[in-house]
Design a protein around this ligand. Structure first.
Ligand SMILES: NC(=O)c1ccc[n+]([C@@H]2O[C@H](COP(=O)([O-])OP(=O)(O)OC[C@H]3O[C@@H](n4cnc5c(N)ncnc54)[C@H](OP(=O)(O)O)[C@@H]3O)[C@@H](O)[C@H]2O)c1
Length: 303
């Protein structure tokens, strides 16, 4: 197939492009920076500069690629994390998930691209009612991350309406994906909040990439949770992550203290977050994970 990867030089794109190439697909991958064209070519893609927020730029790149499928992996999360001011940190990502999605879908329709696959998110943002583990039938929490949750809803609705696949990836780990968090853990600036009962789902980048290849090849439609087998409470995974990284055990701080220090999103994540089930992706896509649990994955990646 001819596959167009919007955002091919990101942490996931770098693992996805080689997997697509290895499966015999012809890949066009985009970056915003001419300096990264070489990197994309080394991964086996035809590389192109594209600004996902510029309809003209998107239209030209998509038309030139003549692809069968578009994979939307555009985010702008790199840089210093600022979980306390989540809307500010995610402002550009939210635009890529709304305007960027619309530009890509419009270009797909105008040029006859028949399938669309897009990145969404399913780490701790399941609806905060009932059990700790959510399926695709359960709604996401509309208030989890303010404008971020609205942007995700826009992306998911638009992609499903267009007959595409929404891949709700868990929190990424793997090459280049957890450096910022590990740094905070080492400095003991990443405490467990309150009872640490809030659940998160994780996924290794290579497993996220292999699920994406399956969604592309099978022209999958609808929503899929792309997470590992073991959603887990922060009180479990965070001390384990610290131990794997050779750091001291994280501190524990009460909710009342965490709220002004780290903000509402961090408190919600660590005390009330809901994780996700991957049963549908395994059943319908035939997805097999190389890292079924973050326990094994953290040990291999962070040691
Ligand atoms: N589900 C998750 O947990 C999740 C999801 C995504 C990212 N992250 C985390 O965020 C951190 C950074 O991720 P990252 O390295 O992938 O970088 P990133 O800054 O989030 O960029 C991802 C991709 O989007 C592209 N992009 C950014 N702005 C764009 C624009 N205006 N138009 C078109 N494309 C644009 C980037 O292109 P360039 O080539 O120009 O950089 C890159 O290919 C990592 O720690 C990662 O784990 C987590």
């Amino acid at each position: 197939m001819r596959v167009f990867v919007a955002g091919g030089a990101g942490v996931l794109g770098r693992r996805l492009v080689p997997q697509l190439v290895a499966r015999g697909h012809q890949v066009t991958a985009t970056t915003t920076s001419a300096a990264k064209l070489d990197l994309l070519e080394r991964l086996g893609a035809e590389a192109v500069v594209m600004d996902g927020l510029d309809a003209m730029s998107v239209g030209e790149a998509v038309a030139a690629a003549r692809s069968d499928v578009i994979v939307h992996q555009m985010t702008a999360i790199s840089g210093t994390p600022d979980i306390k001011h989540f809307d500010r940190w995610f402002a550009a990502t939210n635009r890529l998930r709304t305007e960027g999605t619309d530009h890509l879908l419009a270009a797909a329709e105008a040029t006859g691209v028949s399938h669309f696959v897009a990145q969404s998110h399913a780490s701790w943002n399941g609806i905060r009612k009932g059990g700790w583990v959510k399926t695709e039938e359960d709604p996401l929490d509309p208030t989890s991350t303010g404008k971020g949750a609205e942007a995700i809803r826009h992306l998911e609705e638009a992609v499903v309406k267009a007959g595409g696949a929404v891949l709700r990836y868990g929190a990424f780990y793997g090459p280049g994906a957890t450096g910022d968090q590990v740094e905070l853990v080492r400095k003991r600036q990443y405490p467990v909040v309150g009872n640490g009962a809030g659940h998160s789902s994780w996924v290794h980048l290579d497993d996220a990439a292999s699920a994406t290849v399956l969604a592309v090849e099978q022209k999958a439609r609808g929503v899929f949770n792309i997470v590992d087998d073991e959603p887990a409470p922060a009180g479990e995974w965070l001390p384990y992550l610290a131990a794997c990284a050779g750091a001291k055990r994280p501190m524990r701080i009460p909710t009342w203290l965490a709220r002004p220090l780290a903000g509402k999103v961090a408190v919600t994540m660590m005390t009330e977050g809901r994780g996700f089930s991957n049963a549908k992706a395994k059943r319908e896509l035939g997805w097999r994970l190389r890292y079924p649990s973050w326990r094994q994955g953290f040990k291999e990646e962070l040691a």
